[in-house]
Design a protein around this ligand. Sequence first.
Ligand SMILES: [Zn+2]
Length: 396
Amino acid sequence: MSIALKLEGKAWSNFQDTELAPLTKKFYSRWLGLFMEHCEVDMPDKLLELGTVHEIEDRIIQWLGTLKEAGKATATMKGALASVVFFYSCNRVKIDSRYVGRRIPRKPTLPHRSPTKEEVAAIVEAANMRGKALAGLFASSGVRVGAVPHLKIRHRRKVTPDEMEHKDCSCKDRSQPLRFNGYLLNVYEGDPEQYFTFVSEEAGRWLDTYHNLRKNAGEVLGPNSPLFREEFDMEKPAIVAEPSQCTEGMIKTFMSRAAITAGVKPIVRINGDAKPGAHRHEWKNIHGYRMFFSTAATNAGVNFSFKELMLGHHLNLEKSYYDSNNPRSVHAALAEYLKMQDAVTLFTNSLLERDNKVLREQVTEIQDLRDDNLKLNRIVAEQAKQLQAISRRLDK
Ligand SMILES: [Zn+2]
């Protein structure tokens, strides 16, 4: 039952003109296409002509039933429902999603967890330079896989000394400017959804090495070169010179293979008995890195709004002044990022560094105490002298 879908018309443009993250839009569109196939209509406009609102709701319930039979997970069906409900809301049809949602069968799903630092580190250890740079980028910036193919060299830059300077900020320690040698990463540049995040110093070094490798192979890297190009054969100069953009699918496959090679994840083969969708990974291939980032941020006490902004989540109000061209926004965001950098750093012995810092602080405290002690001694000596003088005067 395959229908040639014509994704056009008024209902479709009402849906496409809405403000949604590009990836969300893609996700919703895919489900909408599947719903159209289910209803055997070739144009989105016709989804509005299925009958009364109640009749439309019945069609959705029926569709969710077929997804259930296909072994889809509850979360998947919720996504499917949300997509269709959103399409109708863009076209002024209010679907009672609570009523329809109650028709989604409850099924215990395995909770997803984020990968541990050891697991991410194992992947980096086993990966080639490109894999190290990719895993480092995902773990330390929280970027979505869908954004990576569009990233260019110019989308990452160093933080400027001016941005590191404390001015009208609320940093606790202002004894010296912020220090950061990683990268600022502009995601979805030129898109209404654009935002920025950071790449840790460690991952930044892997990124630099990966770029040097490409240069050494003979590629001319410019501001518009892809941040990550396709995997290529260094022996073929013609291919080396012409980098091609990699697709989201290529990166997903690459990262999945990296996890299997590192012995962190099992190979999953769909065999005859397994229903599609029945096998759940313990942690999701790339989304797991986003969870890793988010968990690290929360545990390190990163301000909630900044965490959301660094994940590229839409926060209507803050977004307007959260801009990488504003040095004060960069400063505030970096101050928050520095709280979590250790947590997303895989190999540097950051614990040792922190211990050193504590020791240095203790030494300063001891010095302060000694100074105070000296001062006190001086005062006591002074008073003793005065007392002696008084007793001498009394003796006379
Ligand atoms: Zn500051």
